[in-house]
Design a protein around this ligand. Structure first.
Ligand SMILES: CC(C)(COP(=O)(O)OP(=O)(O)OC[C@H]1O[C@@H](n2cnc3c(N)ncnc32)[C@H](O)[C@@H]1OP(=O)(O)O)[C@@H](O)C(=O)NCCC(=O)NCCS
Length: 158
């Protein structure tokens, strides 16, 4: 398997990253959240991805390509928040998230940031822990589209 980490290009990347998001939530995260929570998090199927595309561009999104196909993505907001980290289940467990977070940490240091923060799902918490993040707060009441979907706040010094 060969992979490449590169900057988000859009608009083709909008479709590819949205598909990764849907598959990661509906398949991978369904092992730790119930069907209603998964539906709330995944949200509606979208035909117009212009808002999604804008948000990915504004968030300095990094994309992982595995064998020339988009397999995952993450991002980095100016205040050090890693808002998104999703890997397609067909490429899961092979180090794609590790490669994405490692590249993000490098970019963050280059920007002069001293700490990263994330709001990690129960699915992603072990991955963030492996990459040096620690839980600073439990968020049992986190709500998405009116449904409680607990997560944790995590931080990592750079
Ligand atoms: C979380 C997610 C991004 C991980 O992607 P991935 O590419 O499968 O992760 P990696 O293969 O890079 O694993 C990274 C490290 O975490 C470890 N890890 C992953 N899941 C683990 C688990 N359940 N228990 C212990 N360690 C785990 C891996 O062993 C690996 O460590 P290593 O590199 O030292 O061997 C992916 O499962 C996903 O998209 N989940 C659903 C969506 C989600 O919750 N996104 C986060 C929103 S905040």
């Amino acid at each position: 398997m060969t992979w490449d980490i590169r900057a988000y290009r859009g608009p083709d990347d909008a479709t590819a990253t949205f598909d990764v998001f849907q598959a990661a939530v509906r398949q991978t995260a369904s092992s730790v959240y119930g069907p209603d929570q998964v539906d709330a998090w995944a949200g509606p199927a979208r035909t117009d991805l212009s808002d999604w595309d804008s948000r990915r561009r504004e968030a300095s999104t990094l994309v992982a390509e595995v064998d020339d196909t988009v397999a995952g993505f993450t991002d980095l907001l100016p205040d050090g928040l890693v808002d998104m980290l999703f890997v397609h289940p067909r490429s899961g467990g092979r180090g794609v998230a590790r490669a994405l977070l490692t590249a993000t940490m490098r970019d963050a240091r280059a920007r002069g940031l001293t700490e990263l923060r994330t709001l990690a799902s129960r699915s992603a918490q072990p991955t963030f822990e492996r990459l040096g993040f620690t839980v600073v707060a439990h968020r049992p009441d986190n709500t998405i589209r009116g449904l409680v979907v607990p997560n944790v706040e995590m931080r990592r010094l750079l």
